[in-house]
Design a protein around this ligand. Structure first.
Ligand SMILES: [Zn+2]
Length: 331
């Protein structure tokens, strides 16, 4: 601890006229003076020997900043966030599909800058004054990137203009209330009017019970709009992602001309526990997964997230070919 010390030269005149010299060492900022040459024995208050304490000891544990790493729930591998994002939120080791927000999904599905959002400012009201509903709406509007559980608009996939709706599970569990139903219905009607194929990516816990009957009405409303769309011989592609359940599965999500699903997505109407309790029978281990539903004919194909865009382009090439020929002016 000699840093900050200085040597003090003290010259004293003795009685016989001879001068003696003593060297003292002083540490700056302290009042203790210690001879540098012949130090007296110091047994107490030795501030220079003891290492000064700098408050509470600081942990040397290396801290990993939050938000940089993600642990895969399936294979437990630690995944670097940047790599995970570049891989469209799919585990690089086991291909587990992580949940993804509506806007992220739109970004990788459509051609760059081709998406125009519709009805972005439409917000739900609280018609039944359901306890805590209004607060939950405010909370999810603040935390999310959209004002309700679906983002709709027109975009381009490959060479095809499409009417695209993408649900977001982070907003009240992707539940379908009056706004989700209305936005999807308007999207489908725009698709019908502009002769565009409709693609809806679903992820939902079902109808939004906070809005009661208003939510349940959306099931019929969306399907009605799709019926008019189908009358124009325009295709509707439904994409089911993890999880898609209840009122959404019981309405527009299962009436697609093509029904696609992401791998290992949980898809069903009632939950497995309810079905098990009601039927009093054992359920197969892969019950209500996209693989199970493909085997049993409910869905047409399982498409990994990274291949979804190219598959959609291919399907649309097929479904929209000869569209102008079919829609003759007399029809
Ligand atoms: Zn994994």
């Amino acid at each position: 601890m000699n840093l900050g010390s200085k040597i003090i030269l003290i010259v004293t005149k003795q009685k016989d006229g001879n001068a003696t010299t003593t060297f003292l060492k002083k540490t700056l900022g302290t009042e203790n003076i210690e001879p540098a040459v012949t130090p007296p024995p110091r047994t107490s208050n030795n501030a220079f020997v003891k290492k000064p304490r700098l408050g509470p000891s600081k942990s040397r544990k290396r801290e990993i900043p939050e938000g940089l790493w993600n642990k895969c729930p399936q294979c437990s591998t630690l995944l670097y966030d940047k790599e995970l994002d570049e891989n469209l939120k799919v585990c690089l080791h086991c291909q587990h599909h992580f949940p993804i927000g509506a806007r992220e999904r739109i970004n990788f599905l459509v051609e760059t800058c081709s998406f125009t959002e519709h009805d972005a400012d439409m917000v739900s009201v609280d018609p039944l004054e359901f306890p805590a509903y209004a607060e939950k709406l405010v909370r999810d509007r603040k935390s999310g990137a959209q004002k309700d559980a679906v983002v709709t608009g027109l975009g381009q996939i490959g060479t095809h203009r499409v009417a695209l709706g993408v649900m977001d599970f982070s907003f009240l569990g992707g539940s379908m209330g009056s706004v989700v139903g209305e936005k999807l219905t308007r999207l489908i009607e725009t698709g019908t009017q502009k002769e565009l194929p409709v693609i809806i990516v679903s992820t939902s816990g079902g109808a939004r019970m906070y809005e009661g009957m208003f939510s349940l009405m959306q099931m019929a409303k969306t399907c009605g709009a799709l019926a008019y769309h189908a009358k124009q011989r325009l295709p509707f592609i439904s994409i089911l992602t993890d999880p898609t359940f209840a009122g959404v599965m019981a309405s527009f999500a299962t009436v697609g001309d093509l029904i696609l699903a992401e791998p290992a997505a949980r898809i069903g109407f009632a939950g497995a526990r309810v079905i098990k309790d009601t039927t009093q029978s054992a359920l197969p281990p892969d019950f209500q997964t996209s693989e199970f539903l493909l085997e049993h004919g409910l869905i047409d194909a399982i498409v990994p997230r990274k291949e979804m865009k190219s598959h959609l382009d291919f399907y649309l090439d097929f479904l929209m070919s000869g569209q102008k020929k079919i829609l003759a002016p007399t029809e």
